[in-house]
Design a protein. Structure first.
Ligand code: KG4
Ligand code: ZN
Length: 372
């Protein structure tokens, strides 16, 4: 046990990625091609364009990783192919599943369908150095990305209980939408955060309101966006009561950009609100689950104030915290290899014949065996 070698493929959104992972922990080779520059002019991911880019890139990345496997002398040891089969953009998922199953079928290898969110959580088990500490279970897991905001409890391999998640926009999506209003190109989360750091020391920033949700571990971020738009309208001399449509506003703010001071204030208020809501949710979960450590995944984990807030709540509650290095927080295939390996260690795990035809799922709630 522990040293199975898997090839892994990720293509659920706008990153094409291939990796070779040993024992669910050690990354022998990996390649990621980001499509951010392709989608930036559209202000978001265009599914058809994403699928075509995966079609162009995945075979090349696969070739590169396999060449590296040859150099390492491990190409013959690959025992299976872990593939993201949901949740995500169906066209993109189909390209990854098609490329991966075809390769597996040609070599008589089985495939493993992996949930992308489970991948984000499993990234915490990837080790940069052999022998490094790994997450302690049970753990509270937070996934915060452009497409997802999710809180779970993980008891052991394969036993993941969903505690809550966003009921509207994901945290990263809220960052990106407000960043766009402030004039930053897609995806604007990092730019918004950089803007927020320019707020003068001691400046009084009133965080934007975060809507309360019925469930204690759910999040709602669409209200932050509305509040930011209203603040921006007022800063530009418009009444916050005038009717607005997203397209009109985007044009209006492109023609009359916010003053630097207003943009900084709105950025800081946005960041405080989103980080505050995530912090509160995690604190509540840790207090209700005193036996749990904390693990985090997803691209928004790059956010400095969020990392600081999670570090401080973990230390206040005396819990171990694992946040993977940034390259494994954003979409990558190594985490899919780690999740595939975990699937085989628990009772759910079963390889599938690639010739059986893989189904992909736009929606797939974590913690369920059957996608819903
Ligand atoms: O996990 P990821 O690479 O892609 C998805 O699976 O969605 O996450 C990308 C998201 C984007 O929304 C991006 O704006 C956000 O992560 N992000 C940040 C920061 N860096 C990336 N959000 C806030 N602050 C950052 N520093
Ligand atoms: Zn992701």
């Amino acid at each position: 046990m522990g040293d199975r070698l898997l090839l892994a493929i990720e293509s659920s959104c706008d990153e094409s990625a291939v990796a070779l992972v040993r024992g669910g922990r050690e990354v022998l080779a990996e390649r990621v091609a980001s499509q951010t520059a392709i989608h930036a002019p559209f202000g978001g991911v265009i599914p058809e364009v994403a699928a075509r880019a995966h079609h162009e890139w995945l075979p090349r990345l696969l070739n590169d990783v396999l060449q590296e496997a040859e150099h390492l002398g491990v190409a013959g040891e690959i025992q299976g192919v872990a593939l993201t089969t949901g949740p995500g953009l169906v066209g993109s998922l189909l390209i990854g599943a098609g490329v991966g199953s075809a390769w597996a079928w040609a070599r008589g290898l089985p495939v493993l369908p992996v949930n992308h969110l489970e991948g984000h959580l499993r990234a915490a088990w990837l080790r940069e150095t052999v022998g490094a500490d790994e997450p302690a279970l049970p753990a509270i897991g937070l996934v915060v990305s452009g497409g997802h905001t999710l809180l779970v409890r993980i008891d052991r391999d394969g036993s993941i209980q969903r505690l809550g998640g966003t009921i509207d926009d994901a945290a990263g999506e809220a960052f990106d939408k407000i960043a766009r209003l402030l004039g930053a190109p897609y995806p604007g989360g990092a730019a918004l955060s950089a803007l927020a750091t320019k707020a003068p020391r001691g400046a009084r920033i009133t965080p934007l309101p975060i809507a309360k949700t019925d469930q204690p571990y759910d999040f709602s971020f669409s209200g932050v966006k509305t509040a930011a738009i209203r603040q921006a309208m007022v800063a530009n001399g418009l009444s916050d009561r005038s009717p607005w449509r997203a397209a009109t506003l985007t044009r209006q703010f492109a023609e009359h950009p916010l003053s630097p001071a207003a943009a900084i204030t709105i950025a800081a208020a946005t960041e405080q609100a989103i980080v505050g809501a995530l912090h509160a949710g995690v604190q509540r979960a840790l207090r209700a689950h005193p036996d749990c450590s904390l693990i985090v995944g997803g691209g928004v984990a790059a956010n400095g104030p969020l990392r600081a807030a999670l570090a401080s709540v973990a230390s206040e509650e005396r819990r171990a915290l694992v946040v993977p290095p940034l390259k494994w927080c954003t979409d990558n295939a190594a985490m899919i290899g780690a999740a595939g390996d975990a699937l085989l260690r628990d009772e759910r795990g079963a390889y599938q014949e690639p010739s059986a035809g893989l189904e992909v799922h736009a929606q797939w709630r974590i913690g369920t065996a059957v996608p819903i």
